[in-house]
Design a protein around this ligand. Structure first.
Ligand SMILES: NC(=O)c1ccc[n+]([C@@H]2O[C@H](COP(=O)([O-])OP(=O)(O)OC[C@H]3O[C@@H](n4cnc5c(N)ncnc54)[C@H](OP(=O)(O)O)[C@@H]3O)[C@@H](O)[C@H]2O)c1
Length: 159
C-alpha cells in the first residue's frame, strides 16, 4: 500500500524554517510508530530533520544533486525511482514529505494518514489541497495533547 503521512495545522501549514512548527510528542510518537515497518520516502530536508530516527528503518532520501550522498541510506533522484526501489522491499511505503514529494504522491497514493492540529502556526511549507482527492474516511480519532486538539484521520479514495 502506498501511504502519505502528514500533520497539518490550520491553513495546511506543515513546516517552518526547516522544522515542524510545533512540538507535540503524541503526534511524533504516532508517526514513529506507524512508519516503523515498511519503506519511508522523503526529501533531503526531511531526512536531515529526522536525524537518528532514520537509523532503525528503511529510508530512501531524495535529491537531484548527483554529488549528494546520504549516510547509510539509499538515495533516489526522483519519486518514480524511489517507488521502484521501495516496491522491491515489499511492505508498505510511506511518503513523508516535504512539499514537492507530497504534491507528486497525492495522485498516486492509496491512503492519507493525516493529523489535523486545530491551531494557527506561522510557517513556510504547506501541504497541498487533498480534500477532493481523499474523500473516503476510513478512521478518525480525536485527542488532546500539549494543549492542542488533534484529529487523526485515515483517508482513502473513492473506489
Ligand atoms: N508536518 C509534517 O507532517 C511534515 C512532514 C514533512 C515535512 N515537514 C516540514 O516541511 C519542511 C521540509 O520540507 P521541504 O519541502 O522544505 O523539503 P524536502 O522535501 O524535505 O527537501 C527538499 C529537497 O529534497 C529534494 N527533493 C524533494 N523532492 C524531490 C523529488 N521529487 N525528486 C528529487 N529530489 C527531491 C530536493 O533536493 P536537491 O535540491 O538536492 O535536488 C529538494 O530541494 C520542514 O519544515 C519539515 O519540518 C512537515
Amino acid at each position: 500500500m502506498l501511504n502519505i503521512i502528514v500533520a497539518c495545522g490550520r491553513s495546511r501549514v506543515i513546516g517552518k524554517a526547516g522544522r515542524l512548527p510545533w512540538d507535540i510528542k503524541e503526534d511524533w510518537d504516532y508517526f514513529l510508530g506507524i512508519t516503523k515497518s515498511g519503506t519511508l520516502i522523503m526529501g533531503k530536508h526531511c531526512f536531515s530533520e529526522m536525524g537518528p530516527h532514520t537509523n532503525d528503518r528503511k529510508v530512501i532520501a531524495l535529491s537531484r544533486d548527483p554529488k549528494i550522498e546520504f549516510p547509510n541510506t539509499r538515495k533516489a533522484s526522483s519519486l518514480p525511482e524511489a517507488l521502484t526501489m521501495a516496491q522491491r522491499d515489499g511492505g508498505d511505503v510511506w511518503i513523508c514529505g516535504g512539499r514537492i514529494v507530497y504534491e507528486e504522491a497525492i495522485p498516486l497514493a492509496d491512503r492519507l494518514y493525516l493529523t489535523l492540529i486545530d491551531a494557527e502556526f506561522d510557517g513556510d511549507v504547506f501541504f497541498p489541497a487533498w480534500e477532493h482527492v481523499f474523500t473516503r474516511e476510513i478512521s478518525r480519532r480525536e485527542s488532546e495533547n500539549s494543549g492542542y486538539r488533534l484529529t487523526y484521520l485515515t483517508l482513502g479514495k473513492e473506489k
